[in-house]
Design a protein around this ligand. Structure first.
Ligand code: SAH
Ligand code: SF4
Length: 365
């Protein structure tokens, strides 16, 4: 039965090596398979010409190579592209490609919905459904590559950066996210530099402590407030792990990392008259004085059902200036893919819409 077959896309490079040993093969076969899948985009064992015929037959009997299918593709005027992938049970997961002059960044999802439920985030408002599997996460990169190209040892990688800033909290799906990072970094797979893979977290302090020195990729912390009182409201997880504890964990992570060049990216969503005053900017300066960081200011992306507003440009500029004048590296993030709702915090698997569609189709048939 199809469900008994092992999906090789669920395995990390190490697990793939162990799988080959378990079927009486040398572990280096894993390198060949990884290259076929993630560098050439080949999923049909018959096309894997450097594998013996009998091995190909054995693999066909035992395994599949399966990524979720693309169900919709939307492209914005600025080239930003959003794909929805079908992960079964009427659920969709979204992934976004953001092309820039010198890079192509893919923003991937790690969970369906999110249990952290930040007050301003559309994904959070959906509630939490489940963790994505390895094949469902790396499958997003694979599917994007089927559109923009696989590396095939090209100098310029078609997907040069991957950020886990789509749906979900990556550190609450640690086992799978770790394997995905291994696949993104492996020389036989996507071969990305560890500086070009970013895990963005709302601040799960104990998990950060656990992975420090083990998971070495770029780190972004979603801070959004200069004090616990406000952060408790915006990021409910703060009630469990307050700012001081999270910043300690971040420092510890940075100390043990090569990927971050000693600096964390602080993300700060600017919400009109909530966290964007001059006084709050000054408080943020004080808070971050001892944290090696760069600050990303993200003007709130408005979405239906949210009471928050994006601040005026003059408020954004004033906030920016306080940080800049205090000597911080500060970046004002521009919104990409606005008209296709592809910006930060706007992703949501349109489960209801799809189920509704199926019902309509069922009626028609
Ligand atoms: N859960 C992780 C990663 C996914 S969210 C995290 O929170 O870091 C990625 C980023 O988008 C976070 O910084 C998040 O706060 C931000 N974000 C969420 N909703 C947003 C919105 N409506 N407008 C702008 N940024 C938003
Ligand atoms: Fe989850 Fe991140 Fe959205 Fe918060 S901002 S609800 S942590 S996805």
């Amino acid at each position: 039965m199809a469900s008994d077959l092992i999906n090789l896309m669920n395995l990390s490079p190490k697990e793939l090596g162990e799988f080959f040993v378990s079927i009486g093969e040398k572990s280096f076969r894993s390198q060949q398979i990884l290259r076929w899948i993630y560098q050439f985009g080949v999923t049909d064992f018959d096309e894997m010409t450097n594998l013996r015929k009998d091995l190909r037959a054995k693999l066909k009997e035992l395994c599949v190579i399966k990524a979720p299918e693309i169900v919709t593709e939307q492209q914005a005027m600025d080239g930003t592209t959003k794909w929805a992938l079908d992960i079964g049970d009427g659920q969709l997961v979204e992934t976004v490609l953001i092309p820039e002059d010198d890079r192509n960044t893919l923003c991937i999802s790690t969970q369906v919905g999110c249990p952290v439920k930040c007050s301003f985030c559309r994904t959070g408002a959906q509630g939490f459904n489940r963790n994505l599997t390895v094949s469902e996460i790396i499958g997003q990169v694979f599917r994007a590559a089927t559109r923009v190209g696989f590396s095939q040892n090209q100098e310029q990688k078609p997907i040069s950066n991957v950020v886990m800033m789509g749906m979900g909290e990556p550190l609450l799906n640690l086992a799978n996210v770790t394997k995905v990072c291994e696949l993104l970094l492996s020389d036989y797979s996507f071969a990305l530099s560890k500086r070009r893979v970013t895990v963005s977290t709302s601040g799960v302090a104990p998990v950060l402590d656990k992975v420090a020195g083990k998971l070495d990729v770029a780190l972004a912390l979603s801070l959004h407030a200069p004090n616990d009182e406000l952060r408790n409201e915006l990021v409910p997880l703060n009630q469990k792990y307050p700012i001081a504890q999270v910043l300690d964990s971040v420092r510890n992570y940075l100390d043990k990392s090569n990927a971050n060049c000693g600096r964390v990216t602080i993300e700060y969503v600017l919400l009109d008259h909530v966290n964007d005053s001059t006084e709050q900017a000054q408080e943020l300066v004080k808070l971050l004085r001892t944290i090696p960081c760069k600050v990303n200011l993200i003007p709130f992306n408005e979405h239906e059902g949210s009471g928050y507003k994006k601040p005026s440009n003059s408020r954004i500029d004033r906030f920016y200036k306080v940080l800049f004048d205090a000597g911080f590296t500060v970046i004002k993030r521009t919104t990409r893919g606005d008209e296709i709702s592809a910006a930060c915090g706007q992703l949501a698997g349109q489960v209801k819409d799809k189920l509704a569609k199926q019902k309509i189709e069922a009626k028609v048939n």
